[in-house]
Write a protein of this length. Structure first.
Length: 451
């Protein structure tokens, strides 16, 4: 939830039991009291319509014929985000998209006209559940990235999105805990219970699944958001959307964001950049990171980019490229363990017992998908802390620090020291694991070379 102090999400809370007993009430209210300080200007509105309140409502025609239940809504991505359509799951488990023009009223159920036509998703439209709910957004007012827990709707001339709730009340509404009851309890104890509400004008939607949705340019506010926070978000979206987003930023800020991305994402971006743009961004990157990126490009493109660099930057990079003639491959070991993301802690511990008896050391376990591509990593400490039936994908680290066979030993060593790692995975162009390099091995190599 970005910088949210409570740091709860619907996915984590939905697995918890919310039987709140009387002896815990004071703690909960104290939690709310502290929480309300964050957004004191907005008090929970008991009369506002939230998407969580109509989600899964039954849909009938005016003559009481059951159609199905509300699964999603579709809205227009614009300054005024009008709700244009409803997505209904019918009795045959099929999706029906119906224009809001057919809506008669919303109360206990949704009532639509007797005769209606089925529609479809159009240009500049997005699904609320698929593209906004639970997604990360940029809070332009608070200059940070937050997560959408609920969406507020208003019905003036037409039903539209008023804003989003990024606070704990939004989570309670989604889980049917009853924010209304908590509001009454807080009032009884004279505690001011606030909601973290952001109006549509104060957010920057980032989840651009459809390539033709336009971003509103808010450069002066985006500049204030930390590069590492922006990078963390971009790694969760696709490269096409990341490129669109980076165009909003000036070159130096974009380079800072790119510098905080993992090497896989950096490589994917630079493969799509024009030579001139790539050279500008390389010029702002740390030389070590620049070399790591350049070594993943084809020799032709690498040479073309180098020609466009400033002389001082080019000299530093040429020096580091010379070091790449001492490849990391000589330090590679195949003593590593891989498992699937769906595998449980129980499975991993059994595999460690059965398959690592001859290993000289084991610090981490690597997670690969069905294509044998590296997707995550867990430390042995993390494995030991989790329940035996917990699948790895629920707690694995996905933002990986990796190196390639072409990575210079010096740069690999700097990565070890910068990120305090015990081992580094070595991947190929297809993101498949070639082996790993252990910190002990690279340290001994450097020491022997110094002697």
């Amino acid at each position: 939830m970005g910088e949210d102090r409570i740091g709860l999400s619907v996915s984590s809370l939905s697995e918890m039991c919310f039987t709140i007993k009387l002896h815990a009430l004071k703690y909960v209210l104290k939690l709310f009291k502290n929480y309300s300080i964050l957004f004191p200007s907005f008090i929970y509105n008991k009369h506002m319509l939230y998407f969580s309140e109509i989600f899964n409502k039954k849909v009938y025609t005016v003559d009481n014929i059951y159609i199905g239940y509300l699964e999603d809504i579709i809205f227009l991505v614009a300054e005024n985000p009008i709700v244009t359509k409803f997505v209904i799951k019918d009795k045959a488990n099929q999706k029906l998209i119906i224009s809001t023009d057919y809506l008669k009223k919303i109360d206990k159920n949704l009532i639509v006209e007797k005769e209606f036509l089925v529609s479809y998703l159009e240009e500049n439209e997005l699904y609320l559940v698929k593209n906004l709910l639970d997604k990360q957004i940029i809070d332009l007012k608070g200059n940070k990235i937050v997560r959408v827990n609920d969406v507020a709707l208003q019905d003036k001339d037409r039903l539209s999105i008023a804003g989003v709730d990024v606070g704990i009340l939004g989570i309670f509404r989604r889980l049917r805990i009853g924010a209304e009851n908590f509001y009454k309890i807080a009032s009884f104890f004279n505690i001011r219970l606030a909601s973290q509400f952001l109006s549509w004008a104060d957010i920057q939607p980032l989840e651009l699944i459809r390539g033709n949705v336009k971003l509103r340019k808010k450069e002066e506010k985006l500049e204030k958001i930390r590069p590492e926070d922006l990078a963390d978000y971009l790694e969760k979206t696709n490269v096409i959307n990341a490129r669109k987003f980076l165009k909003i930023l000036d070159t130096e800020k974009a380079a800072e964001v790119i510098g905080n991305l993992n090497i896989n994402y950096q490589t994917a971006l630079f493969k799509h950049f024009q030579i001139g743009k790539a050279a500008k961004l390389i010029g702002f990157l740390d030389p070590d990171e620049a070399v790591d990126v350049l070594l993943t490009l084809t020799k032709k493109k690498r040479d073309e980019v180098m020609e466009k660099l400033e002389p001082q930057v080019e000299a530093k990079i040429v020096h580091l490229l010379e070091l790449s003639k001492e490849p990391i491959g000589a330090l590679l070991t195949t003593e590593y363990l891989t498992v699937g993301p769906e595998d449980t802690v129980r499975h991993v511990t059994e595999k460690i017992k059965n398959e690592t008896k001859d290993f000289s050391s084991l610090y981490t376990v690597y997670i690969v998908n069905k294509k044998n591509q590296l997707t995550g990593v867990v430390s042995l400490h993390e494995v030991l802390r989790e329940d035996l039936d917990m699948p790895l994908y629920k707690f694995m680290t996905q933002n990986l620090i990796v190196i390639h066979l072409t990575t210079p030993v010096e740069i690999a060593m700097k990565k070890f020291l910068k990120y305090h790692l015990t081992s580094l995975p070595v991947i190929n162009q297809d993101k498949r694991l070639e082996g790993i390099v252990n910190f002990d091995d690279i340290t001994n190599y450097v020491l022997n070379r110094i002697k």
